[in-house]
Write a protein that binds this ligand. Structure first.
Ligand code: FAD
Length: 167
């Protein structure tokens, strides 16, 4: 999925990926053919097989500086994201010309709840489970949020998370 944060993405370190295709054959794809994009790659666009190996290339850095950066990013995440509650991460994708969490916040939805599903008070882009939320409640809250943002701003929010199975 080309995960990323703090101005970096997996695509910046991945050199090549080896996968097992559905005939049982191992194939290697080089970086230039991995079709990396915002939270996507050739593997998220098409079900072509199972990744079994990746070659990553990192820059050599200073250990103490790297540790400081890790602490800084970790503190930032604890402060800005609702990691004390279960969630699937950022529920909606970043908009091309808007900040998704800001639009949700401006619809007055921070803290809005359907059953145990809640729009985080800390970061409106996260749907969290504050108790015994069912999949149905999570999906209803996502739909409600999309509808409210569309009514107020005319923007169609895209999901960053993937919905698996049925309600
Ligand atoms: C609190 C929180 C914060 C987050 N913040 C960020 C963030 O800042 N940036 C960001 O990018 N993401 C963020 N995420 C999302 C996070 O990156 C993903 O949840 C995680 O990377 C998914 O990996 P997984 O192994 O847990 O998921 P899985 O569900 O195991 O896999 C995810 C997808 O990859 C496929 N897959 C798994 N293994 C293979 C394989 N071997 N070969 C081929 N396909 C495979 C699965 O079929 C599935 O479609 C956040 C998540 C949480 C919970």
């Amino acid at each position: 999925m080309n995960a990323g944060a703090h101005e970096n993405e997996m695509k910046n370190v991945v050199e090549e990926v080896t996968y097992l295709d559905f005939t049982g054959k191992l194939n290697t794809i080089e970086k230039s053919n991995l079709q990396f994009g915002y939270r996507q790659s050739i593997f998220s666009k098409n079900a072509i097989g199972i990744i079994v190996e990746a070659k990553l290339k990192f820059k050599i850095g200073n250990k103490a500086q790297i540790e400081d950066k890790m602490k800084e990013y970790s503190a930032y995440r604890r402060e800005k994201q609702p990691i004390a509650y279960p969630s699937a991460g950022s529920t909606f994708k970043r908009g091309e010309d808007y900040i998704t969490a800001k639009l949700i916040d401006e619809c007055g939805l921070k803290g809005y709840q359907i059953g145990g599903a809640k729009i985080s008070d800390l970061h409106a882009g996260f749907v969290i489970n504050i108790g015994e939320a069912t999949a149905k409640e999570i999906l209803e809250l996502i739909e409600y949020t999309k509808q409210k943002v569309y009514e107020k701003f005319g923007k169609q929010l895209q999901l960053e998370i993937k919905i698996m199975g049925e309600e």
